[in-house]
Ligand binder design. Structure first.
Ligand SMILES: [Fe+2]
Ligand SMILES: [Fe+2]
Length: 188
């Protein structure tokens, strides 16, 4: 068993404040990407662009479902879809902002959007089918965002926190869809 003294890291936990100030003044054109950014910026931008595509596909799918549910006289379900579409758009904006902070470019190109996205665009016929497809998409987002969070880990805490906040919201979305299916089943 090692003694506490030998477990002390060689480097002090906090870098000399003068050194931090000096580094901050250097390369100011890099913006938020500081010199000791622990992650691989290129991979971070690629991963975040996949999350962006996932969100954009979710916006499109929920918008489609919103208007189709309206046509089926299911106004309350349509309102739920509309709310989710707006929240997915908010996620997309926050992810795009983080990409630019990292010095990358957010990819909004419709060409290849469905390929970059982890979730799928499935129209669904009946109201229940639409809700089921949304639940599947949320479950895909939950799984892939969890993986992204593990990837960012301690190397990029800001991207990790952003994805953690979005993940919590996707979990609420999944729960909303599960509850809707339950209610529709109860109504017969
Ligand atoms: Fe989202
Ligand atoms: Fe969602």
């Amino acid at each position: 068993m090692e003694s506490m003294a030998t477990m002390q890291p060689k480097q002090p936990f906090l870098t000399d404040i003068q050194e931090i100030r000096r580094r901050a003044r250097q390369h100011i054109e890099r913006g938020a990407v500081i010199e000791n950014y622990q992650g691989d910026v290129e991979t971070a931008v690629r991963v975040l662009n996949e999350a962006l595509a996932t969100e954009l596909v979710c916006v499109l799918r929920y918008k489609r479902h919103q208007f189709m549910a309206s046509g089926l006289n299911s106004e309350s379900v349509a309102a739920e879809f509309a709310e989710h579409a707006a929240e997915e758009q908010g996620h997309a904006d926050r992810i795009a902002e983080r990409i630019t902070q990292l010095g990358g470019a957010p990819n909004f190109n419709p060409e290849g959007l469905a390929m970059r996205s982890h979730s799928e665009y499935v129209e669904g016929g009946s109201l229940v089918e639409m809700i089921q497809e949304d639940l599947v998409a949320e479950r895909i987002a939950i799984e892939s965002y969890s993986e992204m969070i593990r990837y960012f880990g301690h190397n990029d805490p800001t991207s990790r926190r952003l994805m953690e906040e979005i993940l919590a919201n996707e979990e609420e979305h999944a729960e909303d869809m599960r509850t809707l299916i339950e209610h529709l089943g109860a109504k017969g």
